[in-house]
Design a protein around this ligand. Structure first.
Ligand code: MG
Length: 261
C-alpha cells in the first residue's frame, strides 16, 4: 500500500468543481504540488514490522472515516458505488453512458479521482451531471478523508445515486474503504485474462466485476471463460457482467444490477 510504495496525497488532495471555460487546461492547478518531492525515499530502510504497524494505523483511521461517510450517505439515502480499474479500462466512458441512460430515473452525482487534470470531470459535466474532481497529486488512490471533503463540496441530493470513479490502479484502491455501498471492479478484454490472479485483493473485495470492451474480443487474445473462472477463484460470491460501454452491449444488466441494490 502507499505507506510502503511511498506515494502521498492524503492531505494534499485538491477538490475542484469544474466550470464552464474555454481553456480547460490553463488554470486548474493553483496548488504547487505541495509535498510530492519533499520526502526522500528513506522508506527503503524501514524495518518490515514498522511498515506493517504504519499500514495498520493508516487503514484503521481510514476505516473510521469511511464509517462516518457511510452514515452520512445512508442518512440521505444516497447509494454510492466505488468504481475501480486500471487506467484505460473504460470507467469514464461507462459512466458517461450510464448517466445519459439512467438519469431519467434517479438523480446522479459523480466524484472523479485522478492524479491530475479536470479532464474526466469535464466529460461528466458535459452529460449534465453534477461532479467534483479530486486530484490526488502523487497519491494513487482515493481515501475516506478525500471522499468526505468531496461529499461536502458536491452535496449530492437526497435519494441520489453517487458514482465514485477511483484513481486508475488495481492495487491501493482495494485497501481503502470510502464508505460506499458496493465496490465495482472493471477490467477490459485488452488487459489480459489473468488480471484477477495478479490483483486478487481487488477482486476479493469487489461485489461486482465488469468485463468491458467485449466488442474488441475478436482482436485480442482474451479467454473470457478463463477470466471468469479466475475471478471466482479469488471471490466465489463475485457477480460478473460482460459489457461494451461503447456499443451498449450488456448494459441493461448493469442498470438492473444498480436498481436492485
Ligand atoms: Mg477516467
Amino acid at each position: 500500500m502507499c505507506a510502503t510504495c511511498g506515494c502521498g496525497g492524503e492531505d494534499g488532495a485538491v477538490i475542484t468543481i469544474p466550470h464552464d471555460h474555454e481553456h480547460p487546461h490553463e488554470h486548474p492547478h493553483d496548488h504547487s504540488h505541495p509535498h510530492d518531492h519533499e520526502h526522500p525515499h528513506d522508506h527503503e530502510h524501514v524495518p518490515a514490522t514498522e511498515t506493517i504497524t504504519l499500514e495498520q494505523k493508516v487503514l484503521a483511521k481510514n476505516d473510521q472515516l469511511a464509517q462516518r461517510n457511510r452514515g452520512w450517505l445512508e442518512g440521505r439515502n444516497i447509494m454510492a458505488l466505488n468504481l475501480m480499474s486500471s487506467p484505460g479500462a473504460g470507467k469514464t466512458t461507462l459512466l458517461e453512458r450510464t448517466i445519459r441512460e439512467m438519469s431519467g430515473q434517479r438523480s446522479i452525482a459523480v466524484i472523479e479521482g485522478d492524479q491530475e487534470t479536470l479532464l474526466d470531470a469535464e466529460r461528466i459535466k458535459a452529460t449534465g451531471c453534477s461532479v467534483v474532481q479530486v486530484n490526488t497529486g502523487t497519491g494513487c488512490h482515493l481515501d475516506a478523508e478525500m471522499t468526505h471533503r468531496a461529499l461536502v463540496t458536491l452535496d449530492p441530493p437526497t435519494d441520489s445515486l453517487l458514482f465514485i470513479e477511483n484513481v486508475g490502479n488495481l492495487v491501493c484502491p482495494a485497501l481503502f474503504d470510502l464508505g460506499e455501498r458496493a465496490k465495482v471492479v472493471i477490467i477490459s478484454v485488452t488487459e489480459g485474462t489473468d488480471k484477477p490472479l495478479k490483483y486478487p485483493h481487488m477482486f476479493a473485495g469487489a461485489d461486482l466485476a465488469i468485463i468491458n470492451k467485449i466488442d474488441l474480443m475478436r482482436y485480442v487474445d482474451f479467454d473470457l471463460d478463463m477470466c471468469k473462472t479466475y475471478a471466482r477463484s479469488v471471490n466465489p460470491q463475485l457477480e460478473l457482467l460482460t459489457i461494451s460501454a461503447t456499443t451498449g452491449d450488456g448494459l441493461p444488466a448493469w442498470y438492473e444490477w444498480i436498481s436492485q441494490r
